[in-house]
Structure formats: C-alpha cells, structure tokens
Design a protein around this ligand. Structure first.
Ligand SMILES: Cc1cc2nc3c(=O)[nH]c(=O)nc-3n(C[C@H](O)[C@H](O)[C@H](O)COP(=O)(O)OP(=O)(O)OC[C@H]3O[C@@H](n4cnc5c(N)ncnc54)[C@H](O)[C@@H]3O)c2cc1C
Length: 527
C-alpha cells in the first residue's frame, strides 16, 4: 500500500467535511459538521477535547493516538462514543454479512479489507472464461455498507495483531478494538511447490481469473498465426489441475468457450485440436458430492470434450508441461495454458494469531475456534468463514469452506455481539446445510440438496437461482442474469478481452512460449 497514515487521514477528513450531517436517532447536535459547499480548512493540529474520548473508558490505553486516529477518520456522534468498537477484518461473504447485521446498531464498526470490493468467488470461472466481466462479480464495499452511519471502511492489509493490547496494525498505524472479528478467508496452496504458482495460476482473486483468460486467449491468438500443426495443438491445450467444483466448472466452461470461439472466430484453428484436460489425484470428479452426481458430472464433461485424467499425482510443472504419475505409470502433458484449483490454505492471519495467542490451527492453517467462534483464551476475538475450523457441529465434522457456512456464521456472530451487549444469550449456532452444486455447462449443473439429487436443466435452474439470491448487489444480479440469458440464446461471450497493450502481451507471451518453455515434441520454432 502506498497510502501513509497522514495522507489517508487527509483523504478521509476531506470526505467527512464534504459530507452532510449524519442523521441518527440519538444525535445530540453537540457537533457541527461542515456542509458540502464549505471550503476546506487546514487540519487542526490539536483535536477538540471531545474528539479524544476513547472507545473503552474503563480500559486506560497508553496508545491514545490510536483512538484519535479512529475518531479523526469519522468522529462519532456524542452518543456513539461510548459504543464498543467492533473491527471486522475481511469484507468477503462472512465480513459483509457481519456489517449488514451490525449496521445501525449501537456499535461502532470498522471494516478493513485489502481490496475495496466484495468478490463473489463462485463465479470467478465465468470471468476466466470470458462469460462475464470483473465488475459483474465484484461490488464496492462502500456501496454495500458504507452508507450506514456507524460503519466506516478502511482500505489496507492487516499485517499484525496484538491481542494483549487489543490492537492491530494496518498501513503502519495501530488501531484499537473492543471486539475483533477475523474473516480473511483463504488462499491457494501448492503444497510446498511455490515455484509452480507462476506457471499454473490459481483461481482465487479477480487478477487470477484475468490471467487465466489472458493466457488462453493469447495462446489462441498465437495459434491462429502458427503454421506448425503440432505447435498449434500445444497452444490449443489447457490443463486444469483439481477436479473439485471450481476445477470442473472451469474445465466445462473453457471447453465450451474454445469450441465456440474456434468454430466462429478463428479461421485457422480446428475445433478437434482444442483440448481441456482435467487432472486430479482423486479417482472421481466432485469427490465431496454423492457418487451418482460425480458420475453424471464426469459423463457430461466427457461428452463436452473434456479429457479426465483421474487418480494421477502432479509430480512437476515446468513451463508448458505437467508431469503426472499414477498406477499406470508416468506421463507428461504439454499445454500452453495450465490452471491450478487443487489446494486451499487459510489466510495467513490465522497462523499469525496462533503465534500470538497460542491457540491451535488445523493442518490447513485454520484457527480452531470455540462454539461461539472465539479463539481460545480471547473471547473478544472471533474467526469466521474459511479462516476458522469450527468443529461444534452434529458429528463433529468441521464446517465446509463454503459461502453458505461463512454467511450463516457471520450473521450469528454479529447477532451474538449485539445479544451480549444487551445482556442476552443467543441460542447456540446451528448450521443449516443447504447443499452443494456445480455447473458443468450451459443448462447443465449437478446439485445435492440435502439428499435430493438434481442434474441437467433442473440442477442448472437451482444453481442459477441460488447464485442470484446470494449475489449481494442487485445491479450485478441483473447484469449476470441478462448475460447468462444472452449467452444461452446466442452462445456468444461478451467479455473476451485481452486487456493492456497487445504488443506487450505478445512480447511477454512469445518470450514465455518460445524462450523459457521447451518446445513440444516435434514443434517447429518458426511461427
Ligand atoms: C473459484 C472458487 C469457487 C467457489 N465456488 C463456491 C461455490 O460454488 N459455492 C460455495 O458455497 N462456495 C464456493 N467457494 C468458496 C467460497 O467462495 C468461500 O468459502 C467464501 O468466499 C469464504 O468466505 P470468507 O468470508 O471466509 O472469505 P472471502 O470471501 O474469501 O473474503 C475474505 C476477504 O478478506 C480480505 N483479506 C484477506 N486478508 C486480509 C488482510 N490481511 N487484511 C485485510 N483484508 C484481508 C480479502 O480481500 C477478502 O475480501 C468458491 C471459492 C473459489 C475460490
């Protein structure tokens, strides 16, 4: 982040002054706010005494500048000043839900995220395959919850937490909290082989999806200009590692894209040379779903043209090559585009908090939490969503790392915070399993709704309705629905852009394909 505490403060103060007075039931009128039209004054070097009231007067805090910084960002109304300060780190599924529940409640909420938007990860594969664009699956956090008078949003990455002092570090500044909720999600892991990451991008954030789309489209562009049939075949091959929902959805969507694009838009390429190979160590696709659904998904993928290589371990990834081994021996796959959807690890703040508090983490780096999602020994710190390992379920099976549990847990934690403030006790958290689903192609999805199995169009309709219901932004909901309908009606994709300067990309990719990457067997270097 290139934002210092000082210029950040000025930006926020500027916004504050440009904003009309807040309306709030308990507004005392003791503070006056600059109107939208008033010229800006220089920042006072010393704040009025009233602005220095700290959030938790019962706990003397040596870091008074910490609270002043918060108050300078958004001086609360008189009545707000004694309200507890809840800091939520992460504006994903869980964090956004917490803010929605706490909005307009008697708490001061600071939402911190390193991105200024909420990302709907389940549709990232549609960005990667050019079906929808970035803005269709992302919603600015300020638009989502910034309007609530008791919620402020700060952009930046939390880099440290000091539990004994109830502080965290953001952009080099220390912030205090009364209650801290960590909802920083998860990232991808290459199981100790980090050198594979640049060769086989994961699909966790928008930039990853952009990069997958860019690599594939650049490979097709280069194939269009290549006379050597072997090299063309190499450029038209994609390997997706990981046959869970994300991998199956990506593979199904990429083969559809390649077949359609090649048939309609590329004159030199042949549809039968397009290959998407889906690889996994597990013997079946969608291994967390019931066997009949796995079998249906596998059959549909193969009908669509996806090659399944299951029960095979990835031993190595080199530029343009994936090496596999299994009971049938070893094999290499040469492919211009390689994607990785195989491993998930919890956000690094989990391990950091574990070091700071001694609380345990599971092998995936997830914080093992108490029944109220607090970390052991620190009732004021909770962890929700993908960063936590919550085993207090029927049967003791941890909550799955999915959007549904993250939203439900976030809502419960927020209601629990409010209940405790009122002196009430909330009923224990109970997870309502809504099932799981994966879309394999146009009009085709598999869904497991608590034992009710749906495939094909019925599955797709349930999948589409569920995703539209979950999308937090109405505008995105409308945009997605219309793009899906357009794609089904015309089989055209509207977001097949290679962004940036094409010559730069060509330069980068030609270097990548020809200089660093060994040529596929029999491939001529002449293009
Ligand atoms: C490709 C893909 C497909 C998926 N498909 C499905 C699906 O179909 N159905 C389903 O239920 N689930 C699906 N999931 C899983 C689902 O998206 C996650 O379980 C869910 O996002 C977890 O929510 P969360 O709130 O814990 O974290 P997230 O939604 O990941 O949000 C975490 C937030 O924390 C922020 N952050 C992280 N570290 C910091 C830091 N240090 N400081 C500040 N901010 C930080 C991030 O910027 C992010 O905004 C999918 C995931 C992926 C990657």
């Amino acid at each position: 982040m290139g934002v210092t505490g000082r210029n950040y403060e000025e930006i926020i103060t500027h916004q504050l002054r440009a904003r009309p007075s807040l309306s709030w039931d308990t507004h005392t009128g003791s503070q006056t706010r600059a109107s939208r039209d008033q010229p800006l004054e220089p920042l006072p070097t010393e704040r009025p005494a009233a602005h220095r009231v700290i959030s938790a007067p019962s706990q003397p805090n040596p870091h008074r500048s910490v609270e002043r910084f918060f108050l300078e960002l958004d001086p609360p109304e008189e009545a707000m000043r004694s309200w507890p300060h809840v800091v939520v780190v992460g504006g994903g599924f869980a964090g956004l839900k917490i803010c929605h529940v706490l909005a307009r409640q008697p708490v001061r909420v600071t939402l911190i995220d390193k991105r200024n938007f909420n990302l709907f990860q389940p549709l990232l594969y549609q960005v990667a395959s050019g079906l929808v664009s970035e803005a269709d699956v992302a919603s600015p956090l300020r638009q989502m919850v910034g309007h609530a008078p008791n919620v402020q949003i700060l952009l930046g990455e939390v880099t440290d937490i000091l539990p004994d002092e109830r502080r965290l570090v953001l952009n080099g500044q220390h912030f205090s909290y009364d209650q801290l909720v960590l909802a920083t999600g998860s990232g991808s892991t290459y199981f100790g082989r980090e050198e594979w990451r640049p060769l086989a991008p994961p699909m966790k954030i928008l930039e990853h999806a952009d990069e997958i789309r860019r690599r594939l489209l650049m490979a097709l562009e280069e194939a269009e200009q290549t006379s050597d049939p072997n090299r063309r075949a190499f450029l038209q091959t994609v390997v997706v590692v990981g046959a869970g929902p994300a991998g199956c959805e990506l593979a199904g969507s990429l083969i559809e894209l390649m077949h359609r694009a090649v048939q309609r838009d590329f004159k030199q390429l042949r549809q039968q040379d397009c290959r998407v190979v889906l690889v996994d160590l597990v013997e079946r696709v969608l291994p967390t779903m019931a066997e009949p659904l796995s079998a249906a998904a596998a059959a549909h993928l193969e009908d669509a043209g996806v090659e399944l290589r299951l029960g095979l371990r990835v031993d190595g990834i080199a530029p343009g090559r994936v090496s596999l081994s299994g009971s049938t021996g070893e094999q290499d796959l040469d492919a211009a585009t390689i994607c990785w959807t195989a491993g998930v690890r919890a956000s690094r703040l989990g391990r950091l908090l574990s070091e700071r508090t001694g609380c345990s983490v599971d092998p995936g780096g997830r914080l093992v939490v108490e029944p109220d999602f607090s970390v052991s020994g620190h009732p004021e710190i909770r962890a929700v969503g993908d960063i936590c390992c919550y085993r207090h379920t029927d049967g003791g099976i941890p909550l799955p790392g999915m959007a549904g549990p993250a939203v439900q847990a976030g809502g419960w934690v927020a209601r629990d915070i409010l209940a405790r403030l009122r002196g009430d006790t909330l009923a224990p958290f109970r997870w309502l399993d809504l099932g799981s689903m994966a879309v394999i192609g146009p009009w085709y999805a598999v869904a497991d709704l608590r034992g009710v199995h749906l495939t094909g169009v019925a599955g797709w309709l349930v999948w589409a309705l569920a995703h539209l219901a979950f999308i937090p932004d109405t505008e995105n909901r409308i945009a997605l629905f219309s793009k899906w309908m357009w794609q089904i009606a015309t089989r055209q994709r509207t977001a097949l852009l290679i962004t940036g300067r094409p010559d730069q990309h060509l330069g980068v990719d030609v270097g990548l394909f020809r200089a660093e990457r060994p040529a596929a067997p029999g491939v001529s270097e002449a293009a």
